[in-house]
Design a protein around this ligand. Sequence first.
Ligand code: SF4
Ligand code: SF4
Length: 489
Amino acid sequence: MSYISKADRQRQLEQEEAGQHLFANRVRVYPKTVHGPVRRFKWAVLIFCLSLYYLLPWLRWSRGVTQPSQAVLLDIYHERFYFFNLEFWPQDIYYLTGLLIMGAVALFLVTSLIGRVWCGYTCPQTVWTDLFMWIEAKIEGDRNERMKRDAAPMRFDTVWRKTVKHAAWFFIAFWTGGAWIMYYVDAPTVTVEFWTGTASMEVYFFTGLFTATTYLLAGWAREQVCTYMCPWPRFQAAMLDEQSLTVTYQTWRGEPRTRGKRANNAGGDCVDCGACVTACPTGIDIRDGIQLECINCGLCIDACNHVMARTGRPAWLITWDTLADQAAKAAGTHAGFRFFRARTVIYLSALVVAAGVMVAALLLRPGIGLSVQHDRAPLFVRLASGDLRNGYTIKIVNKAQAQVIFELSTLGLPNAILAEADEGLGPANQLGLPVKADSVGTYHVFVSGQPAILREGSSPIDFVLRDTSSGELTVYHSIFMGPNTGARN
Ligand code: SF4
Ligand code: SF4
């Protein structure tokens, strides 16, 4: 990666405009450390997010001796997702779909209300980049010191500082990658296995992969991820309108800019000091208006408030406001903030409906599951008695934490006889099938029926499964196959 000065960048842009270049080098951003209420709030959110991420895998949750004791665990090997009291099976994938829909609609709602706060405060890219920048400032110094050092020839002082910085970045990236793995394997177990060299190859591979991506994205790519790689800025504009709260430079108050002291209070409040630009982690000038690169972090607000305090002007020249309110203020009135607009009502309604459906689905979630697969070959056999016999593979899901005896029977085919393949044909149309705790029981069964009461080709048949301990029932609709003779029975 190479960096060029702003002046060179400007020259490049002029050349590009003249059609001489299709590629421009990155202009490195050296954000200046700022202090203030926005920065403090951002630290609080960062600490909360990181604590949650690193500590959640260590939270224990009692589910009995046969179950994992990790509160949040995506157990890929056993095909289970544990979330505190809830346990999801692969067939519950639609809950994940519902959760993603809710997440997307919630993001639309929040963006239409308060702009890109997700990007500025809680997006993992922002959180880790912020942390890495803090480390960089602690080791290499603030903006001016770093710029001077990078522009000067390499010295011992530069080498050791950069070495320590990259080691610290790598250390954090490693624990970030390691913590990610702990969401998939029991945290205490995998930690011991990792350091004793007995963990699986997948654990080492994915820890290495997530270490490398964290180090590269948060340490090197930084704002380029938001500007060039992330699709969200491209379509977030569709969620914003003139009533959305965004970080805004109050042009009507700041312009015309005045450098130094104002004569007779003439001119605007902006002293053109550039503090808002140097504080910006994406290197933009908020005075140019809403831009794709702006992540709504608000650090320029803190920077500008300091300048306003030093120059004796009112604070919040840069603030959170809506375009409508800004237009009203420029005209000497006040428009306020409207929470309920067509788009927010639509997003909110969609969110409430999605949440309601999810809660209802969770509450009504069956504790048992049944799937029936008809044998492909042979589709049927004719027995010596003249009856037709079909074979089926039955899968019974037992989500209970104890073995359950299930009763399987059929409906819709009068006088059908149901039997387990291993047991041979019996006289009953009911089977008792035990399934171990928290597992899937697989059985092969036969159903035999009389051709005289069958429809030609295929007849509908229902398999009815009953949990003998809870009485819960579930039904699976299937077919019983017979010969196609060209005439209906
Ligand atoms: S312009 Fe302000 S709010 Fe936008 S990214 Fe830069 S510092 Fe953050
Ligand atoms: S920090 Fe405030 S006063 Fe300084 S350039 Fe930015 S908007 Fe103007």
